[in-house]
Design a protein around this ligand. Structure first.
Ligand SMILES: [Zn+2]
Length: 365
């Protein structure tokens, strides 16, 4: 049953408390789906927006790692992106972004995730119609030109919710790093992205994954998510770190290095860890002003392929869901979501997530 109004938790300006607001609910328009939100996990980018590290419209409704049940299907929406039928009540995930129209980026470059006008769930002002377009609310409209996937019944909410951001992003990053059979891979940063990245690298056939993080608990988790070795950057200087990586990744260094720590200072040392002809993919430095000085001569002399990844292609969402569904016995994905909060506790959840008291906080409206 669809109510006339529903609650949304919004903040008026960065660092201001979250307050509950009621906004009207209408029937979904053609191409839309109305979803009753079941769980929304707090992504690091939600925290950056809330703390004012990057611009975000206010009053803001955050939350883009969302799963929910179909409450009503708009005209023309009958199947998910795999072709399976969609019905009311189905538990679904969907792309973290939608694109308003076809254009050069989508049709020619095959980069729908970078189309002009692309917008994301949990990135719009609460005053913008249809108001319910973030995960920190009871309902969310999936807008036209999004990609929807029905979730397998045996997948838990905790396993399913990060699929449309954290997992899909790492599927894209490991693809762009060309991680393949027998590769030695370095992952800089073992937050949620790095942990998924280590696991996906293993699933892609890496012979060795070296994880780097200054937090002991994350290094311990890394060993359960596919890392063969973990290193503590607070315990050694840069030269020692490079030596340690090269000792593991014989003979010349890592085939692929992945940056998901968000600290630009990790980039010069990451470059040194790659072998000649190696790949280096940056995925964590998402804030403007991530300035760093590198010796560009290293890129030339070592024939390094350097790439950036932001958002992901729709195919990565499908691959992400199938990766989690197919590897849930191998890696303890459900342990990554380790805090549950109600819609009236979003502020506390954000604080705990920002203070890293929890790895992934979940809002359960
Ligand atoms: Zn995210």
């Amino acid at each position: 049953m669809i109510p006339a109004e529903a609650w949304v938790a919004a903040y008026a300006e960065p660092n201001a408390p979250f307050e509950l607001h009621r906004f009207p609910i209408r029937e979904p328009r053609p191409g839309e789906v109305l979803v009753k939100v079941r769980m929304c996990t707090i992504c690091r980018s939600d925290i950056h927006s809330y703390l004012g590290h990057r611009p975000n419209p206010v009053p803001g409704v955050l939350g883009h790692e969302i799963i929910g049940h179909v409450a009503a299907l708009g005209e023309g929406v009958r199947r998910d992106m795999r072709g399976d039928p969609l019905r009311e009540g189905d538990r679904i995930t969907w792309s973290e972004y939608f694109i308003p129209g076809d254009d050069y980026c989508t049709e020619v470059l095959d980069l729908p995730q970078k189309s002009p006008g692309v917008d994301k769930y949990g990135h719009m002002a609460a005053t913008t119609e249809p108001h319910h377009h973030g995960g920190f609310g009871q309902f969310c409209y999936i807008l036209p030109k999004s990609w929807i996937l029905r979730l397998p019944n045996d997948l838990s909410d905790e396993e399913a919710t990060p699929v449309n951001c954290g997992v899909a992003t790492m599927v894209c990053i490991t693809e762009q790093a060309e991680v393949g059979l027998g590769d030695a891979v370095v992952v800089q940063g073992l937050g949620l992205l790095g942990l998924y990245g280590a696991a996906i690298a293993k699933a892609r056939g890496a012979r060795l994954v070296v994880g780097i993080d200054g937090v002991a608990a994350r290094r311990a988790l890394g060993l359960r998510f596919g890392c063969d070795r973990v290193l503590d950057p607070t315990e050694m200087d840069e030269a020692a770190m490079v030596e340690a990586v090269k000792a593991e990744c014989r003979p010349g260094g890592a085939d692929a290095v992945i940056e998901v720590c968000g600290d630009p200072r990790a980039i010069p040392v990451g470059l040194q860890m790659a072998r000649s002809g190696g790949r280096y993919v940056l995925g964590g430095v998402v804030n403007p002003g991530s300035t760093v000085t590198i010796d560009a001569n290293q890129i030339v002399r070592k024939l390094i392929t350097l790439r950036g990844v932001h958002n992901y292609h729709p195919r990565h969402l499908l691959e992400a869901l199938d990766f989690v569904a197919g590897n849930r016995q191998r890696f303890p994905f459900k342990e990554l979501v380790d805090g549950r909060y109600g819609l009236d506790q979003v502020g506390q959840a954000m604080r705990d997530a920002a203070d890293r008291k929890v790895l992934r906080a979940a809002i359960v409206p």
